[in-house]
Each structure stands twice: as structure tokens, then as C-alpha cells.
Design a protein around this ligand. Structure first.
Ligand code: SAM
Ligand code: DTB
Ligand code: SF4
Length: 327
């Protein structure tokens, strides 16, 4: 039995941008009876969004592997011996071709990822043409290049970047178990730079890394208390890759994943909550429950960065079955 009473209600809902959620509050949400939690999340979803619409983002890895960081989940870290083969930066023409294909498949946003701690200024220069040309195709643009230095976010913004993705990845208390090569504060600093440059923020995390429910609450609190809240919140279920320190992590029960989505929706009512990595390992009914619980975005395309994603035809079939229309 759950110890949190059904009548749990958050006192006097403030403006969502001044949420000031506590870890206790979000942990209590996560512990509500599942059907009650999903119902509340679905109600909030309908207040702020059309629940028949879904946002589709396609990923491409513009520079793969050989990353100096030691993130325990990541197959691209040079610290881990994984099946990922290092690849140099893609050309602008290759990136544009991938973006055209994404658009033809129905994606609305194209997200370029690089296995860097952060971009050197010369690296960044090479990506600006990619951003410009992808934007010119009529797609929204997103980049995830790691930690940014002063001025870099502005250069990306000037080139036509709409979103910058930089995840907090886990709760502050759990962070040191997962990553040693950079601090939580470094990540918050980059998010501040992204905001200051006028870019939209895409910021989320990963669950299924042997964390506790309280850790998941701690991550949601960090995200929800960003002011303003992120426009886009990717919730990744760890993709376990051979050779990474987390390859043997305990599988998160699907109900805990649904709970995480629902609590993120309630804590961040105006944000797009993305059902992100890990969908290939999830059945259609679980995904449907995530959409009911307020997820309204997915990564769409046969690949994430280096690992698989449901193929486009399977996702088109799922969207048709669920009567979800791409944005
Ligand atoms: N290198 C940049 C950085 O870390 O900021 C950008 C690319 S990095 C691959 C982007 C995000 O991918 C990470 O923050 C993490 O949330 C996610 N990610 C990486 N490996 C993952 C895995 N095995 N399962 C789920 N998400 C993963
Ligand atoms: C995010 O939150 N998840 C994406 C994107 N942002 C960059 C990446 C998922 C990566 C999964 C492992 C891989 O394919 O390498
Ligand atoms: Fe590098 Fe990003 Fe992977 Fe960390 S998550 S190892 S920074 S590519």
C-alpha cells in the first residue's frame, strides 16, 4: 500500500514559473496510486496542451565517440571500451541530407549532437553553417554540444539555433556516482548562458541508473525550479551499452518510468515532456500510458545518437493507432 493519501494536493498552486517544488512534494507525487497520478497528470496536460498533438525531434550525431568526459551511461566516452567507433565531424552536406530526410519523414525539429566536453571555438564555427542550412529547410534547430563558454551561445543563436539541449541527467545527490569529470554547477552555468543568449532550453535527464525514487524526485525538482522552466524536458530511460559502467544497471520497472513522466508533467505543466531514449525497449502500451501521463514529444528516427530507436514506420503506425498528430 502507498503511504501517501489519495487526497494529496499541492497547496495553492503558484505560477508554474515560480514553482519552488520541494523534493518531498515531488516524491509524494511519485508515490501516489498510479492511476490517480496518471489521471492528475492527464488533467494538467489538457489545461496547457492539445493532447492529440505530438512534437517530433530527429537526432543526428555530427561527431561521434572519443569524448574526454567520463559519463557512466555514455557509450561515446573514451574512458569506456564500447562498440561505438569514433567518427570525425560530418560535413555540412551530410548533415543537410539527414535533415532533409528527417523533414520528409515528418519531423519538426532536428537535433545535432556532438561527443565533446564542449565545443572549441573552431569546432563551433564549423557547426554554424549546419545550423543555418538546417534552419533554412524550415525545421526547428537544436544542438547538444556540451558545456558552453562565454559568447558561444550567442554565436549559435545568431546562426539560427532555436534550442540548446543540455541535461542535468540526475539528482545532485546522485551525480558524483555517475560523472566525475564535470560538476553539476558547470551544467547549471551552461544552462544560464543558453537562457541569457535567448535560446530555448531543452533540459532533462536519465532514469534507470540504479537511482532511488527520491533521486528521481530530486532531478525533477532541479528541472522544475529552473526559472523559467525548460521549454523541453527529455526523460531518457537508460540505454544499457556493453562496456559502460552502467551496463548492468537494474532495469527500472515500467510503472516507475510512467510515474516519472507524470510527475514531470505536473511539475512542469507548460513544458514539452519528451519520452526519449529507451523507447525501443518499451512496448506500445507503455508508451501510450506515457502519452496519457503527459508526454507530448519523442525522438523520431531509426537512431538516437549511437543506439537504436523504433523505426520510422513503427512510430508512424503507433501514432496512427493512438490518433496522435505530429506538430
Ligand atoms: N556531449 C554532450 C553532453 O554530454 O552534454 C552532448 C551529447 S550527450 C550524448 C547528450 C545526452 O545524451 C546526455 O546528457 C544524456 O542525457 C544522454 N545519453 C547519453 N548516453 C545515454 C544512454 N546510454 N542512455 C540514455 N541517455 C543517454
Ligand atoms: C537527450 O536527452 N537524449 C538524446 C539527446 N538528448 C541528445 C541522446 C540519447 C542518447 C542515447 C544513447 C546513444 O544513442 O548514444
Ligand atoms: Fe561525452 Fe556527452 Fe557522452 Fe558525457 S554524455 S561522455 S559529455 S558525449
Amino acid at each position: 500500500m502507498h503511504s501517501v493519501p489519495m487526497e494529496f494536493k499541492r497547496p495553492a498552486a503558484p505560477h508554474p514559473q515560480q514553482a519552488n517544488w520541494s523534493v518531498d512534494e515531488v516524491e509524494a507525487l511519485l508515490g501516489l496510486p498510479l492511476m490517480e497520478l496518471v489521471f492528475r497528470a492527464a488533467e494538467i496536460h489538457r489545461q496547457f496542451f492539445d493532447p492529440t498533438k505530438i512534437q517530433l525531434s530527429t537526432l543526428v550525431s555530427i561527431k561521434t565517440g572519443g569524448c574526454p568526459e567520463d559519463c557512466g551511461y555514455c557509450p561515446q566516452s573514451a574512458h569506456h571500451d564500447t562498440p561505438v567507433e569514433d567518427q570525425p565531424m560530418m560535413t555540412v552536406a551530410e548533415v543537410v541530407a539527414a535533415a532533409r530526410q528527417a523533414k520528409a519523414n515528418g519531423a519538426g525539429r532536428f537535433c545535432m549532437g556532438a561527443a565533446w566536453r564542449g565545443p572549441k571555438d573552431a569546432d563551433l564555427g564549423q557547426t554554424l553553417d549546419m545550423v543555418r542550412e538546417v534552419k533554412a529547410l524550415g525545421l526547428e534547430t537544436c544542438a547538444t554540444f556540451g558545456l558552453l563558454r562565454d559568447g558561444q551561445a550567442e554565436r549559435l543563436k545568431d546562426a539560427g539555433l532555436d534550442y540548446y539541449n543540455h541535461n542535468l541527467d540526475t539528482a545532485p545527490d546522485k551525480y558524483a556516482d555517475i560523472i566525475q569529470s564535470r560538476e553539476y554547477e558547470d551544467r547549471l552555468d551552461t544552462l544560464g548562458k543558453v537562457r541569457k543568449a535567448g535560446l530555448s532550453v531543452c533540459c532533462g535527464g536519465i532514469v534507470g541508473m540504479n537511482e532511488t525514487r527520491r533521486d528521481r524526485a530530486g532531478l525533477i525538482v532541479q528541472l522544475a525550479n529552473l526559472d523559467p522552466q525548460p521549454e523541453s524536458v527529455p526523460v531518457n530511460n537508460l540505454v544499457k551499452v556493453v562496456g559502460t559502467p552502467l551496463e548492468g544497471a537494474e532495469k527500472l520497472d515500467w510503472t516507475e518510468f510512467v510515474r516519472t513522466i507524470a510527475a514531470a508533467r505536473i511539475a512542469m505543466p507548460r513544458s514539452y515532456v519528451r519520452l526519449s531514449a529507451g523507447r525501443r525497449e518499451m512496448d506500445e502500451a507503455t508508451q501510450a500510458l506515457c502519452f496519457l501521463a503527459g508526454a507530448n514529444s519523442i525522438f523520431y528516427g531509426d537512431k538516437l545518437l549511437t543506439t537504436g530507436n523504433p523505426d520510422v514506420l513503427a512510430d508512424q503506425s503507433l501514432m496512427a493507432k493512438l490518433d496522435l498528430q505530429p506538430l
